[in-house]
Design a protein around this ligand. Structure first.
Ligand SMILES: [Fe+2]
Ligand SMILES: [Fe+2]
Length: 156
C-alpha cells in the first residue's frame, strides 16, 4: 500500500473519532472515556509511523522548505502528544472543561491533518515517487501489525 494513502486513511479514522467526541455530552462519561482511549491509540501509532518513517524520508529528499515543514509538523505532534492529550486524559469527562479541551484538540488535529494533506503529502508524492512510497507503505503496514500484536500480547 502507498504510504500516503495509508496515512490519509488513518486521518479519516481520527477525524471520525474527533467528531464523535465533540458530539458527546457530559452525561456520556463512559462513551467519552472509550473514545478518548481510541483516539490516543490511533494517534500514537500514526504519529510514530510519520516521525520514524515518512518524515525522515521527506526531509532527506527535500531542501530547506521541506526542513521547515518537517520541524513545524513535529512541533504540532509534540503539542498534541505532550501537552494537550495528557491534559485531556486528566480531565473529568463529566465536566464542561472536558468539552472545552476536546474542542481545542479537535481544532489542532484538524489543522495539522489539513496541512499534511494539502502541503506535505502532495510534495512527498512528487519527491519520493510511487516506488518508494509503496516501499515505505509496506514498512508501515508491518510496523502496524507488529504493534497491534504487541498490544494483544500485553493484554493476554
Ligand atoms: Fe502528523
Ligand atoms: Fe498525519
Amino acid at each position: 500500500m502507498n504510504a500516503i494513502d495509508l496515512l490519509e486513511a488513518d486521518h479519516e479514522r481520527v477525524k471520525a473519532i474527533l467528531t464523535q467526541l465533540s458530539d458527546s455530552t457530559e452525561r456520556g462519561v463512559k462513551k467519552r472515556a472509550d473514545l478518548l482511549a481510541k483516539l490516543e491509540m490511533e494517534i500514537t501509532l500514526h504519529t510514530q509511523l510519520e516521525e520514524e518513517i515518512l518524515y525522515p524520508a521527506f526531509k532527506a529528499a527535500g531542501g530547506k522548505e521541506q526542513d521547515v515543514m518537517y520541524y513545524e509538523a513535529k512541533e504540532e505532534h509534540r503539542t498534541v502528544d505532550s501537552l494537550v492529550l495528557p491534559d485531556l486524559k486528566e480531565t473529568d469527562p463529566g465536566t464542561p472543561e472536558f468539552s472545552g479541551r476536546v474542542k481545542v484538540v479537535k481544532e489542532l488535529l484538524e489543522h495539522h491533518i489539513e496541512e499534511e494533506e494539502s502541503e506535505m503529502f502532495p510534495q512527498a508524492r512528487k519527491l519520493l515517487g510511487n516506488a518508494q512510497l509503496e516501499d515505505i507503505g509496506s514498512q508501515m503496514e508491518a510496523a502496524k501489525a507488529a504493534w497491534k500484536k504487541g498490544l494483544h500480547g500485553n493484554a493476554a
